[in-house]
Design a protein around this ligand. Structure first.
Ligand code: SAH
Ligand code: MG
Length: 217
């Protein structure tokens, strides 16, 4: 019987609430529970889409708790919908000298203030390129990067093969109904289930947790 769901340290939750980003609390708590389960495999937890560190805080807390590390990848230049003039743009995360988005300084402050910097390895670059040079099994892959089909498929194809047996694939922004949001994350969710390599273990609104149970991704 599984016990009560694990919860992050109080300081982590406070930092999470204060951080810029796109992860609601209920989905964040489900992400945290998945990260603690995956961390128990003794393998790194990988995130695509660090942004300002909001969800990274949860992976870092879970990594500390289970004795592993969180690796998070982002080019820190923002997704399409975060660019100037678009719906999710935040003028506070623009490099004043270059005039382009740079979320890395805010990300670093978030982790430092929460005392979790030591549990995080930040990869700054494009997700598929980082995946190409990655060479070891992962306990968890959390996909929360770009929302085009090209990006979502690239994240899935690049990282899912590294997930260990019993490891978890967590996908954010899965909206079966197009009226609720873009379909790219939903399509990779479908793809993962159709591969036969994953079973779904939890659903918290748009946050889906899948466990690797087979080969043939
Ligand atoms: N997990 C964050 C939100 C991530 S927003 C939170 O909890 O708030 C999505 C992020 O993905 C953006 O920071 C963007 O720069 C990054 N991104 C989009 N496409 C990417 C790609 N191909 N490679 C690396 N990062 C990418
Ligand atoms: Mg998201």
């Amino acid at each position: 019987m599984p016990g009560p769901a694990p919860v992050p340290a109080r300081e982590t939750l406070d930092a999470f609430e204060a951080a810029k980003g796109f992860m609601p609390r209920d989905e964040g708590l489900a992400l945290y529970a998945a990260a603690v389960e995956a961390g128990a495999l003794g393998l790194p937890l990988l995130e695509v889409g660090s942004y300002c560190g909001r969800s990274t805080l949860l992976l870092a807390d879970a990594a500390r708790r289970t004795g592993t590390v969180a690796v998070t990848v982002d080019h820190h230049r923002g997704s399409e919908e975060q660019q100037p003039g678009w719906e999710y743009h935040d003028p506070e995360v623009v490099d004043p000298e270059l005039g382009v988005m740079d979320t890395l300084p805010t990300f670093r402050r978030t982790l430092f203030r929460a005392g979790l910097e030591d549990r995080v390895i930040a990869l700054v670059g494009r997700s598929p390129r980082a995946a190409e040079v990655w060479g070891r099994p992962l306990g968890m892959v959390f996909v929360d990067g770009g929302h085009t089909d090209e990006h979502a498929n690239g994240d899935y194809e690049g990282w899912a093969p590294h997930i260990a047996q019993r490891g978890l694939l967590v996908i954010h922004d899965v909206f079966p109904d197009p009226a609720d949001g873009g379909q790219a994350p939903y399509r990779i969710h479908r793809r993962a289930l159709a591969s036969g390599a994953f079973e779904e273990t939890s659903v918290t609104r748009s946050l889906r947790v899948l466990r690797r149970i087979g080969h043939g991704i």
